[in-house]
Design a protein around this ligand. Structure first.
Ligand SMILES: CC(=O)SCCNC(=O)CCNC(=O)[C@H](O)C(C)(C)COP(=O)(O)OP(=O)(O)OC[C@H]1O[C@@H](n2cnc3c(N)ncnc32)[C@H](O)[C@@H]1OP(=O)(O)O
Ligand SMILES: O=CC(=O)O
Ligand SMILES: [Mg+2]
Length: 368
């Protein structure tokens, strides 16, 4: 959506002479797992070519988690990997190539963007920008990318993904999403966001046992509450508010929301729960920090066979899509059909790139 500083007639104009035409719609490419790797880490980098085809997105990370002394090696390492792996990235690739550049106030961001667009811009699908504070950060990246694309003679605009990881960024989330037609999506950055907000969790994403609600105390016959009696507690989701805001802002602007990092690599169970909460709330994918998180993300962010079966049954039962019907004792109508179509369309997109899922979805039979 055009912002006040960029009227509707200019919103889709290239920002540099010779830059590619901005897209009117963000392509719906599967991105269940955005798998992070450090291109300066030889052991990790060596594994990347073999991962192409088995993960939706491979992201060469240049920012946090890459040592300051390795920033240039990471940037060059990413160029080398992309050049040596032709099936990675680009509009028809099964595995997209993304990067997370350094923060815009760092000494590395300008060289990150200049080098990557110049050297591998035709392969780079999305640039993730950390610590985005407001539309002004996106406007800066937008113009710079246009200049670099024009210089490199690129035919296709590189998209931009912002990490929501500052209080100011959260306050400005809608304007960030609408700042440029390049905006592809947003990820939650719970570690930086917790620090910026002065939250008191030291975990990278996930819940916290202290963030809970407690069952009411039992009351005796005289109406007196027994506060000492054992009571159940229910852990709450520290990130619910932010993810929900992010999902609304993204949906409003036609771009995609993602959960971010889950730092407890060994706790695959809680990781799956966190991912699933995000999926249920509307996110389309998540980050993977370790190879073992890829399978979790792929499983969680693909609709289950049961959900697809139900969605297809509702679609079949609803005929022209209007009115109300009873199915398994439940009312279905125009609105619940729309919910079901979200599942059906996602299943179709994923089946197109994932033969195993296709087989599972194709085997679904619709009983009457
Ligand atoms: C808050 C944020 O900004 S989050 C985003 C930034 N953080 C990141 O990107 C972190 C990325 N991940 C990592 O750095 C690593 O996974 C770590 C440090 C968490 C753990 O690494 P290790 O201690 O090597 O884990 P582990 O021993 O289980 O690794 C097993 C193998 O997988 C490899 N591996 C680990 N992580 C990755 C990865 N992300 N991609 C590819 N390979 C990986 C290891 O090199 C190791 O290889 P080997 O079997 O040949 O020795
Ligand atoms: O960059 C991610 C975060 O959680 O911080
Ligand atoms: Mg961060």
């Amino acid at each position: 959506m055009p912002s006040a500083s960029r009227p509707a007639k200019d919103f889709f104009r290239p920002l540099a002479v010779g830059a590619p035409q901005p897209l009117h719609e963000v392509p719906a490419r599967p991105s269940r797992a955005i798998h992070f790797f450090d291109p300066s880490n030889q052991k990790m980098a060596a594994k990347i070519p073999a991962m192409v085809g088995s993960v939706d997105v491979l992201l060469g990370n240049l920012e946090d988690a890459v040592k300051a002394d390795n920033k240039e090696a990471a940037r060059q390492g990413l160029v080398d990997i992309a050049q040596a792996t032709p099936e990675l990235g680009g509009p028809d690739s099964k595995t997209q190539l993304w990067t997370r550049v350094n923060a815009l106030d760092s000494p590395w961001a300008l060289d990150d963007l200049t080098t990557l667009v110049t050297e591998i811009g035709d392969r780079l699908d999305v640039v993730m920008v950390p610590k985005v504070q407001g539309a002004e950060d996106i406007h800066y990246v937008d113009r710079l990318l246009a200049q670099l694309e024009a210089k490199a003679g690129l035919q296709r605009p590189i998209l931009v993904h912002a990490i929501l990881e500052t209080a100011r960024g959260v306050a400005n989330v809608e304007e960030i999403c609408g700042a440029s037609p390049r905006m592809q999506g947003l990820s939650l950055g719970p570690a930086d966001l917790a620090a910026d907000r002065r939250m008191k969790t030291t975990r990278v994403g996930g819940g916290h046992p202290g963030y809970l609600v407690r069952q009411d105390p039992p009351v005796n016959d005289l109406g007196v509450s027994d506060h000492e009696a054992p009571r159940s507690t229910y852990q709450q989701d520290l990130w619910h508010y932010t993810i929900a805001r992010m999902v609304d802002a993204c949906a409003m602007h036609g771009i995609y929301p993602y959960y971010g990092p889950f730092g407890d690599i060994t706790d695959v169970v809680a990781c799956e729960d966190q991912f699933r909460n995000a999926f249920l709330l509307g996110c389309v994918g998540t980050w993977s920090l370790h190879p073992k998180q890829i399978a979790i993300a792929n499983r969680v962010f693909s609709p289950s066979v049961e959900d697809v079966r139900h969605a297809r049954r509702v679609k079949a039962a609803m005929g022209d899509g209007t009115g109300a019907v009873m199915l398994d004792g439940k009312m279905e109508d125009d609105a619940s059909l729309k919910q079901c179509l979200v599942m059906v369309e996602l299943a179709e997109q994923l089946a197109a790139i994932d033969p195993e899922l296709k087989e599972q979805y194709d085997a679904i039979e619709l009983e009457a």
